[in-house]
Ligand binder design. Sequence first.
Ligand SMILES: [Fe+2]
Length: 159
Amino acid sequence: MTKNSIGLDTKKTKELAGDLNNLLANFQIYYQNLRGIHWNIKGKRFFDLHPKFEELYTDANLKVDEVAERVLTLGETPLHTFEDYTKAAKVPVGKNISVDEKAVQLIVDSLAELLKIERMILDKSAEVSDEGTNSMMSDFITEQEKTVWMMKAWLGETV
Ligand SMILES: [Fe+2]
């Protein structure tokens, strides 16, 4: 087995960086979904939801950067074009959503897709002893599960 300069299996690390690029692309769709609902939300709960969505996209923005820089740390190039993001999209694209229940449901549905990708990367990174990627996924999953619980509570549903 060939190891790279950070001591990880070169071939498997390349594969993992590809999975992280897929996560990056889907995170950007989620980010753009949040911008869309931040801008377009209407109704009596506007003053709650408009800043809440901003809080979420600010957090997503930081995570996008962490994922991209992890891709670089693993020796690969992060995806950065809309074309590549669209091709990889599993996260649903929300367009012109202004109804608050629909906006919050879009967050739940988007996070459900991100969680699937992150769990897959969590398992793969554990197999190749990539602790950096593993702990990042672990943190993302914990935070997003909590966000899903809160969004579901807001919707009056249980997780
Ligand atoms: Fe704004």
